[in-house]
Design a protein. Sequence first.
Length: 750
Amino acid sequence: MAERFEFTSEEREQALLLYAELKEKIAGSLEPGDEEKLRRHFHRIIENNQVERDQFGLNPIVSSLQTALLVVDEIGLRRDAVAAIMLNPSLECGLLTVNEAAADYGMAVGRILHGLQHIQELYRRNPVSDSERGNFVRQQGENFRNLLLSFAEDMRVILIMIADRVNLMRQIKDTSNKEEQALMSEEAAYLYAPLAHKLGLYKLKSELEDLSLKYLEHDAYYHIKEKLNATKQTRDAYINNFIGPIEKKLTDAGLKFHMKGRTKSIHSIWQKMKKQKCAFEGVYDLFAIRIIIDCPKEKEKQQCWQTFAIITDMYTSNPKRMRDWLTVPKSNGYESLHITVLGPGNKWVEVQIRTERMDEVAERGVAAHWRYKGVKAEGGGMDEWLSGIRQMLENADDGLEAMDSFRNELKDEEIYVFTPKGDLMRFPTGATVLDMAYHIHSKVGSACTGARINNKVVTFRQELHSGDQVEIITSSTQYPKQEWLNIVKTSRAKAKIRLALKETQQKEALMVKEMLERKFKNRKIEQDEGLMMRTMKKLGYKEASDFYRDIAHETLDLQAVFDKYLELQQGEKTVTGDNMARSAEEFEFDNSQFSMFNSQLSSDVLVIGQDLKGVDYQLAHCCNPIYGDQVFGFVTVNGGIKIHRCDCPNAPEMRRRFGYRIVRAKWSGKGSSQYSITLRVIGNDDLGIVNNLTSIISKDEKLVLRNINIDSNDGLFRGTLTIMINDNTRLETLIKKLRTVKGVKQVERI
């Protein structure tokens, strides 16, 4: 745990020496009063012991001075970056604010400090625990690097972070905190080294990789180091012996060129050994020779192939390891000839042939070195920006202003957000919670109702921002809607919504089709597919899907469908003697079929009740009448009477054919008996919905559930409930309650 400390005498001396060296190197960039303010600031901190040591017990003041010298020597930054580095320990301990720093040293210093503070907040916001950080940086390294870049308000923030990590890796070689050393090494290898590579800071990149290997793979590191040391003299002599004859031949041919010889880093050799599964001695290309030709563009290919011919005449080449990216450049624009030849002593040597222009493109252009070496670059426009940054580091002093303009152009091109488990997801600017839900899974997207962003509940329309921690909220009653297409940003989410809408429409259409078939059957109406299509068109529908959708959403009345269908059906009947049009003068009203409903036509009324004696009657099973329904009696052939509801599906046919056997009927007194009725329920197949339905029935003491039958298919359920009930008033109340259950789409008596 960090604790307050006092400077040791060695640390005081070291800090003074570093400060003096730093002041000398940046003197030309300091503004009047800077040196005095910084000196007073450090003096106050040192005298009052106001700063805390880090987890390794390192002195943060000394570390900041070391980092400041590193950014000056290796990166070329000056006054603003150095001041921010030196003030940052005070900022982290709460002894200084960004506004105070900006007031004393200018807005540029304040912006850098704010960026450093912002990234520290990002680290704290990342939900990954210390024990999982190693896996996180290995799996999410690329995304997290891009997230850091999007958070850095000034590019110098990233450069300072790289330098700070290099300095930290140098200082922790003797630490006893091995667990934290391993975590720092994982981050250096998977986060900071690739970032330094992208920025062209190759020396720092190699140092980060080698130091990480040293701490994580101690035995492998020292094994390779000892092997390299043992062979250094021999290797240097071999390189000179190899390139000497080549230089002479190329000069005699009139070519202008220069040559580079380089030994692979320890980390690169170790990666090669693991990839090829070989020992140190099995790595052929411990070093490579690069021949860079200076010539006009129109002569590039000619002189490269001329060089190739000269070398292959001198040394035997390995055709299997020949790479011709000169004739057909890589898709990223990289051009070069790579050959491996058998040099003196039967040792394989890799030779790269290219021109000054090709080398410039490979190092700083579209096909930068980190690309053709296989470093993944998934950041889109961010990568082009980084390539431009690397060039600017080598340009004039005004490169930092140009970097800021690049930063602003690319600032919001991409965003990176955390899942609750710490995974990183990348989205375009403007992406919403709904985009993220559909990115996770189609079912999550279709059920999304909102999210918790940084523990704050928001709607699914909320835009995401880099660094957000997002937890999707779903509901079993949610379903996708057409307007969602205007909410999402990504094409992936749009495609999934369209598919979900199509599936929903298909389910609704199937459900409505089944319902229509049942309704037509109950009304004894023969359904014809062609006539139904004409009915749709007459009702103003061009697509059957729209017709079924409106019925499902109850924006189209079913009675209007039946009326239009019967109208068209009647119009298609063949004109015969029985149905030929007649004059109104010939028409006589026949009211016999309505006699049972008109109290003035007959005074004989069958009164139904428990005390009815001498009359054999039964309640018809086709419509199951209950107390309160409008009913009539129908005299059967054996003399008994069946009681039917007036809206019974069979009533029209009985009135037409057997009107003389119909008698008026009514209920006596108040309903005291219980009657059996059947309800059909249709809805979403959600967990617990059956329990919700039955609990409503069980709460009413005067209702008895006799039977329940549920069938589920494609996310929908269809069920029938048989209930004993007193009267139709109680039935209407029950139906209303059942319709309020979440997920229930339809409740009807059958």
